[in-house]
Write a protein of this length. Structure first.
Length: 319
């Protein structure tokens, strides 16, 4: 059984394969959009003679030179802020998963919030039919986005905190290898340094059942995703970043080698992905790791007001 699972998650796909296994995060099978915070009035703080006037979320598009494909992102808060909270959604989530985060941080000084749609999701363009959706594609897009769209404004003075939900958390770890000096902190939502094969297999079966009950087109429409996304994320080739495999699962420890910034972990205390064993292991490997448990939550943890307050504290921001 153990060898079957290892084979399932590590073998390469062929073009005719349509439903083997997303090696990392099949977790958001039917993601629920984070509810918009009830229209709490956004105050306009006065700092001496300076009036802080935060900008509400607006959708913009990032396009690399020579590339027709556009990446959609929402941005809110103080555009001139030194600190940026960059929010990366889960496998089949969109930037709208961070609606409450945008809302919460409107009353926080000296911070802008950016959430992105990965290619083929939400309002971002789909990839060319000859290409595949895979982790290296998202990581490459994010690297260019940070360089050309965030750092271009303030350069090395910018301090970025990356909040990543599940697959977005894995990408946050790998981003430290490219932008370790400007990433002030990473906050992982229900993803530790190891993901068990058994948990992945369970999630894989769940997605196969979901796809079986709904046609690909209907499911893609519900998730606001390209139909090819639904097929590609189930392939072993989707996770094409380096990692170490053992009898327990996939290990991402090496992605954080050399990173000295802040690290925090938010998790659901009922999660099958971020289990107590994996949390203890992560704390042993990273003694500075700060954790926050969401009672009664599964995978991923909801980004509620209490969680937002934890994120605010991790960023050293005052309300």
């Amino acid at each position: 059984m153990k060898q079957l699972l290892i084979d399932l998650f590590t073998k390469r796909r062929t073009k005719t394969d349509v439903a083997t296994k997303d090696t990392i995060l099949i977790e958001e099978i039917a993601p629920t959009e984070t509810p918009i915070l009830e229209s709490a009035a956004v105050t306009t703080p006065v700092l001496g003679n300076i009036v802080y006037s935060p900008e509400k979320p607006q959708t913009h598009y990032f396009q690399r030179d020579g590339d027709a494909r556009k990446i959609a992102y929402s941005i809110s808060g103080d555009r001139n802020a030194e600190k940026t909270l960059l929010c990366l959604p889960g496998l089949l989530e969109t930037k709208n998963s961070f609606t409450l985060v945008h809302d919460y941080f409107l009353s926080i000084e000296h911070c802008e919030v950016i959430s992105v749609d990965f290619s083929g999701r939400g309002q971002s363009d789909s990839i060319d039919n000859q290409d595949e959706y895979k982790m290296s594609l998202y990581l490459n897009d994010l690297t260019h986005f940070i360089n050309e769209n965030i750092l271009a404004a303030k350069g090395s003075e910018k301090k970025i905190t990356v909040l990543g939900t599940s697959m977005g958390g894995v990408l946050a770890m790998y981003l430290t290898q490219h932008h370790g000096k400007v990433i002030d902190g990473i906050i992982l939502n229900d993803i530790a340094l190891t993901v068990n094969w058994t948990a992945l297999y369970s999630l894989y079966k769940s997605m196969k059942n979901q796809t079986g009950f709904k046609g690909i087109r209907e499911l893609a429409s519900d998730l606001r995703a390209d139909e090819q996304v639904i097929s590609d994320v189930q392939q072993p080739s989707h996770f094409d970043l380096p990692y170490k495999a053992d009898v327990w699962g996939m290990n991402f420890h090496q992605a954080l080698d050399g990173y000295r910034g802040k690290i925090a972990l938010i998790y659901g205390d009922q999660s099958r992905i971020c289990t107590k064993q994996r949390i203890l292991e992560a704390k042993a490997h990273i003694p500075r790791l700060e954790t926050y448990a969401v009672a009664g939550a599964g995978h991923p943890a909801p980004l509620n007001e209490a969680v937002c307050h934890f994120i605010q504290n991790q960023m050293g921001l005052r309300q």
